[in-house]
Design a protein around this ligand. Structure first.
Ligand SMILES: *[C@@H]1O[C@H](CO)[C@@H](O)[C@H](O)[C@H]1NC(C)=O
Ligand SMILES: *[C@@H]1O[C@H](CO)[C@@H](O)[C@H](O)[C@H]1NC(C)=O
Ligand SMILES: *[C@@H]1O[C@H](CO)[C@@H](O)[C@H](O)[C@H]1NC(C)=O
Ligand SMILES: *[C@@H]1O[C@H](CO)[C@@H](O)[C@H](O)[C@H]1NC(C)=O
Ligand SMILES: *[C@@H]1O[C@H](CO)[C@@H](O)[C@H](O)[C@H]1NC(C)=O
Ligand SMILES: *[C@@H]1O[C@H](CO)[C@@H](O)[C@H](O)[C@H]1NC(C)=O
Ligand SMILES: *[C@@H]1O[C@H](CO)[C@@H](O)[C@H](O)[C@H]1NC(C)=O
Ligand SMILES: *[C@@H]1O[C@H](CO)[C@@H](O)[C@H](O)[C@H]1NC(C)=O
Ligand SMILES: *[C@@H]1O[C@H](CO)[C@@H](O)[C@H](O)[C@H]1NC(C)=O
Ligand SMILES: *[C@@H]1O[C@H](CO)[C@@H](O)[C@H](O)[C@H]1NC(C)=O
Length: 749
C-alpha cells in the first residue's frame, strides 16, 4: 500500500459530533476490547472515497501487522471484520466473542483486499427488540452487541433506551402531574408498545423512577459508543401519544383516541393521540428534541417516529393523512433543521386493507423531499411492500429481514431469498432502496440468516450459499481437524431448514408445546406464528444431529467450543419440539377414539410429559438456554432493592408468558428455556392431560373455556413467583450435554 493514500485526520476531542465521526479512536478501542493481544498490530487510516469502502493490506516494515484504510469509520470496522473472519478464521457471535483466539503472528493478506458496502445504510433493530431481547441488558451486554454490529458494518442502529426520561420532562413542563404521567407509562418489559401508542399504563406496578433514570444514563453510554463506532444512532422523537390527562390541561387540544390493541381493556389501550396540526404538538416536539439534543449532543438527525403501527388513523381521508405527516415533519424540522423521519413500514403489511396505495402516497407525501424520510420495508423477505408502493414513491427505504416474532426459537430461514431479493430490489429500475438491515423482533437463534444478510450488504453479487455456509461453519468451530461431519450437518440444514420456500411459514416456527394446550387449533398453523413444520424432521434434523454427534465423537475438542455446544443443544431441542407434535397428535387420536378410557388417555399423555422433562434437562446443560439468565439480568438492575427486583422479575416473567395482566397476548414471546419448559409448560400439559383423563372418567363434556381459565390461573401464579424459591431452581447450568444428548438420541431419534 502506498503511504500517500493515507490522509492524516486529527483526533476530535468530543465523542459526540455533528454527523458521523471521523475519529478512529473507537475502532482502536474495539481492537483493545476484543483482540487485546494484537492491540498494537492494527493500523487504521481514513482515505478519501465515496461510500463505505476499505482496503486491507500487510503493514510494511519490520513490525508486521495489518493496515486497514477506509472511507468511513464504519468501513474500517467492516474491514477489520473481513480480516479476522477471512484470514483469521475467528468471529464474534451472540454466544460470545472468539476474536481473542486470533493467531500470532497475524496471518498476512498478500495482495491488498478491497471491500465496499453496496448500500448507504446497514440498519439494525426493531422497536420491539428493545423489550424482547434487550429489556434488561446492562452496558456490558450492549457493548458486546454494538461490537457485533460495528464489525458487521452496521451504521444505522435504533437507540430507544431511556426514552421515557425526556418524555416525562416534556409532560411535566406541559403541566401534567406525576401521577397523570405514571398512569400513561408501561412496564419495564413493555415499553415498546407504549412508545407505539398501542398500550398505556402498567400492570404489576408503576414504572419505577429508578428505572427511568438508570435507563437514561445507560443510553448516554450506548449513544456515545454507537457514535464512536461510526454509527448514526436513530433517536426517538415526540410521536403524539399522550396521557389522557393532556385533555385536562388543554381542553381545546385536538386529541383523538388510537385503536384498541391486542385485546387489552380500555384503560390500558385506546391511547390518546395529539393530532400534529394542533400547535401544542409542535410545542411538545420542540421541547422533546431540544431536551434530547442537550442530553446527547448532535449525535443524529435521524429520528424514529411511528404513529400508526398496529394503530388505526382517526380518519382514512387522504387529505387527513397528508395533513398528519406534513405537520409532524414540520414540527421535527422546526426543532432540528436537518431532521430525517424514519418509519417502520409494518403497518402497510399488517393493515394492508386500510393502507391502500392512495393512502400510503398521501401519508408519505406530507414529507416533500424524498431524502427527508426513510421507510423500513420491515418484512422484505416474505411480505415486501416496496413493489406495490412503487418504491415508496421515491422515499428512501431499507430492505429488512424480520424473520423472528417475539424472540421465538424454532428453526427457519430462507438463504436463497436473502441472496437474491435485496439485490433485485436494489438494481430494479427507479429503485430508491438505500439500505439493508435486520428488524427481528427478538435476537434468538437462527444466527446464520442474520449474518448472511449483513454480509450480503457488502457483496454486489449474490453470495454463494454453499461456500458461505462452509466458511461460516469453519470459523464457528475454529479447531484444527474439524471433522467433515460437522460441515455435513450444516450442509443438510442450510439446504433444507434454511432454504425454506414454503410461503406459509416464512418466520421462526413456534413449537406447539409453548402454546396453551387445547384439543384443536395448535398444529399446522401458518402465517404470523407458524407451527407447521416446513421440512421432514427425519431427513433433516435427524441426520444433522447424528452428524454433529459423530463429529463430537471423532474430535471431542468440539465440545469445548461454545458455539458447537450451543448448536448441538439447539438441534436436539428442535428434534424434541417436533417429536412433541407427533406425541400430541397421538394423544388427541386416543382421546377421540370411542374406546378411550382415563387410563388410556393418561398413558397417551405420558410421552408429551417425557419430552418436556428431558428437553428441560437438555436446556439446563447450556448457559444460553436458561430462564434464570433472563430473570437474573432483570433483578440485577435493582441492586439490593428486593421490592424493585420483584417488580422487574414479574415483568420479565409476564412478557414471555401471559403478555398482559390476563393473557391478552398469551404465549406470543414464548421461549424454550430451562426452567420455563420444565415448570410452566410441563405444568400446563400435565393439567391438560389430567383434565382429558377426568373427562373420560367422569363422562363429562370438554369445556374449552373452563380448561383455558384453569391454564390462565397457572400462568398468573407462575408470573408472581420468585426464582430460586422452588426446589430445583438453579441459577447456573446443570448436567453434561453429551450424556443428556445420548439419552435423547436413544429414545427419540
Ligand atoms: C482498491 O482500493 C484502492 C484504494 O482505494 C484502489 O486504488 C483500487 O482501485 C481498488 N481496487 C479495486 C479492485 O476496487
Ligand atoms: C377553549 O375554547 C373555549 C371556546 O372557544 C374558550 O372559551 C376557552 O377559553 C378555551 N380554553 C382554553 C384553556 O384555551
Ligand atoms: C378515549 O377512550 C376513552 C376510554 O375508552 C374514553 O373515555 C374517551 O372518551 C375517549 N376519548 C376520545 C377523544 O374519544
Ligand atoms: C447542535 O448543533 C447546533 C447547530 O449546529 C448548535 O447550535 C448546538 O449548540 C449543538 N448542540 C450541542 C449540544 O452540541
Ligand atoms: C390540517 O387539518 C387542520 C384541522 O382540520 C386544518 O385546520 C388545516 O387547515 C389542515 N391543513 C392542511 C394543510 O390541510
Ligand atoms: C398437519 O400436517 C401434517 C402434514 O401435512 C398432517 O400429516 C397432519 O395430519 C396435520 N395435522 C393436523 C392436526 O392438521
Ligand atoms: C420419523 O421417525 C420416527 C421415529 O423413527 C417415526 O416414528 C416416524 O414415523 C417417522 N416419520 C416420518 C414422516 O417418516
Ligand atoms: C450424515 O448426513 C448424511 C447426509 O444426509 C447421511 O447420509 C449420513 O447418514 C449422516 N451421518 C450420520 C452419522 O448420521
Ligand atoms: C425500592 O424500589 C421500590 C419500587 O421501585 C421503590 O418504591 C422504593 O423507594 C425503593 N427503595 C429504596 C430504598 O430505594
Ligand atoms: C371429574 O370429577 C372429579 C370428582 O368429582 C372432579 O373433581 C373433577 O373436577 C371432574 N373433572 C371433570 C373434567 O369433569
Amino acid at each position: 500500500m502506498q503511504g500517500n493514500f493515507l490522509l492524516l485526520v486529527g483526533v476530535l476531542g468530543a465523542l459526540l459530533v455533528d454527523a458521523a465521526t471521523t475519529s478512529l479512536d473507537g475502532i482502536y478501542s474495539l481492537v483493545q476490547r476484543q483482540i487485546p493481544q494484537h492491540q498494537n498490530s492494527f493500523t487504521f487510516a481514513l482515505i478519501e472515497g465515496d461510500g463505505d469502502s476499505f482496503v486491507i493490506s500487510d503493514t510494511h516494515g519490520d513490525s508486521g501487522g495489518i493496515t486497514i484504510e477506509c472511507t468511513t469509520v464504519s468501513a474500517c470496522a467492516r474491514g477489520l471484520y473481513t480480516y479476522v473472519t477471512r484470514y483469521g478464521g475467528v468471529d464474534i457471535w451472540w454466544t460470545g466473542s472468539r476474536l481473542n483466539q486470533l493467531a500470532s503472528p497475524l496471518p498476512s493478506v498478500g495482495e491488498p483486499v478491497n471491500g465496499s458496502a453496496i448500500v448507504e445504510y446497514r440498519y439494525h433493530f426493531n422497536t420491539v427488540t428493545f423489550d424482547y431481547t434487550a429489556a434488561f441488558w446492562a452496558f456490558d451486554q450492549w457493548s458486546s452487541e454494538l461490537d457485533w454490529l460495528a464489525l458487521r458494518g452496521v451504521n444505522l442502529p435504533l437507540a430507544w433506551v431511556g426514552y421515557e426520561y425526556i418524555l416525562i420532562e416534556v409532560f411535566r413542563d406541559a403541566g401534567l402531574t406525576d401521577a397523570e404521567i405514571a398512569s400513561f407509562l408501561s412496564g419495564s418489559a413493555f415499553q415498546a408498545w407504549n412508545r407505539f401508542g398501542n398500550i398505556q399504563g402498567s400492570w404489576g406496578g408503576d414504572l419505577p423512577t429508578q428505572w427511568v433514570n438508570d435507563q437514561f444514563a445507560l443510553n448516554q453510554q450506548i449513544v456515545a459508543r454507537m457514535v464512536e463506532l461510526g454509527m448514526t444512532p436513530v433517536l426517538p422523537a415526540f410521536t403524539g401519544f399522550v396521557p389522557r390527562a393532556m385533555a385536562r390541561v388543554y381542553p381545546n387540544a385536538s386529541i383523538v383516541n388510537g385503536s384498541q390493541w391486542g385485546g387489552f381493556p380500555a384503560d390500558l389501550t385506546d391511547v390518546s393521540f395529539l393530532e400534529p396540526f394542533d400547535d401544542l404538538f409542535a410545542t411538545l416536539q420542540m421541547s422533546f428534541i431540544s431536551k434530547q439534543q442537550a442530553a446527547y449532543g448532535n449525535a443524529t438527525h435521524i429520528y424514529t417516529l411511528d404513529q400508526y403501527n398496529e394503530n388505526s388513523p382517526y380518519s382514512g381521508d387522504t387529505a387527513y393523512l397528508y395533513n398528519i405527516s406534513l405537520y409532524t415533519f414540520d414540527s421535527m424540522r422546526a426543532a432540528d433543521p436537518e431532521a430525517v423521519w424514519m418509519m417502520q413500514g409494518w403497518l402497510f403489511f399488517a393493515d394492508e386493507s386500510f393502507w391502500t396505495a392512495d393512502r400510503i402516497a398521501a401519508y408519505l407525501g406530507g414529507v416533500e423531499n424524498n431524502d427527508d424520510m426513510i421507510v423500513l420495508d420491515l418484512y422484505s423477505e416474505a411480505a415486501p411492500q416496496w413493489q406495490r408502493t412503487n418504491s415508496y414513491y421515491g422515499k428512501q427505504w431499507i430492505w429488512c429481514e424480520l424473520h423472528d416474532y417475539g424472540g421465538n426459537m424454532g428453526f427457519e430461514g430462507n438463504l436463497p431469498v436473502l441472496s437474491t431479493d435485496p439485490l433485485e430490489a436494489l438494481y430494479s429500475s427507479g429503485s430508491s432502496m438505500k439500505g439493508m438491515g435486520l428488524t427481528m423482533e427478538g435476537q434468538e437463534g437462527n444466527e446464520i440468516v442474520y449474518d448472511f444478510l449483513l454480509d450480503q450488504a457488502w457483496s454486489p453479487t449474490s453470495l454463494d450459499i454453499t461456500s458461505y455456509v462452509e466458511a461460516w461453519v469453519a470459523r464457528r468451530y475454529p479447531i484444527s481437524n474439524l471433522p467433515s461431519a460437522a460441515q455435513t450437518a450444516w450442509g443438510i440444514l442450510s439446504t433444507t431448514v434454511y432454504s425454506n420456500s414454503n410461503s406459509d411459514t416464512q418466520a421462526t416456527i413456534k413449537s406447539i408445546f409453548e402454546l396453551a394446550p387445547s384439543t384443536s387449533g395448535l398444529v399446522n398453523l401458518t402465517g404470523h406464528h407458524p407451527t407447521e413444520i416446513p421440512y421432514n424432521t427425519n431427513t433433516t434434523i435427524v441426520p444433522a444431529l447424528t452428524n454433529l454427534t459423530l463429529a463430537a465423537t471423532q474430535n471431542p475438542t468440539l465440545l469445548t467450543v461454545p458455539e458447537f455446544a450451543y448448536d448441538l443443544v439447539d438441534v436436539v431441542r428442535q428434534l424434541l419440539a417436533n417429536r412433541f407434535i407427533d406425541a400430541y397428535e397421538a394423544l388427541i387420536t386416543e382421546y377421540d377414539s370411542s374406546s378411550a378410557t382415563a387410563a388410556s388417555v393418561t398413558s397417551a399423555g405420558q410421552p408429551l410429559l417425557d419430552i418436556l422433562t428431558i428437553l428441560d434437562t437438555l436446556l439446563w446443560t447450556n448457559e444460553n438456554f436458561l430462564l434464570s439468565t433472563w430473570i437474573a439480568d432483570a433483578r440485577a438492575l435493582a441492586g439490593s432493592n428486593a421490592t424493585y427486583a420483584d417488580y422487574l422479575e414479574y415483568n420479565a416473567r409476564n412478557q414471555i408468558t401471559l403478555w398482559g395482566p390476563d393473557g391478552e397476548i398469551n404465549d406470543y414471546a414464548s421461549k424454550q428455556w430451562a426452567g420455563l419448559v420444565g415448570t410452566y409448560y410441563l405444568d400446563r400439559w400435565q393439567t391438560f392431560i389430567t383434565y382429558l383423563a377426568d373427562i373420560k372418567h367422569n363422562g363429562t363434556a370438554y369445556d374449552n373455556t373452563a380448561i383455558q381459565a384453569q391454564l390462565l390461573d397457572i400462568g398468573k401464579e407462575w408470573d408472581t413467583q420468585i426464582w430460586g424459591q422452588q426446589a430445583g431452581e438453579s441459577w447456573d447450568v446443570v448436567g453434561d450435554v453429551m450424556t443428556v444428548v445420548n439419552d435423547i438420541v436413544q429414545k427419540w431419534i
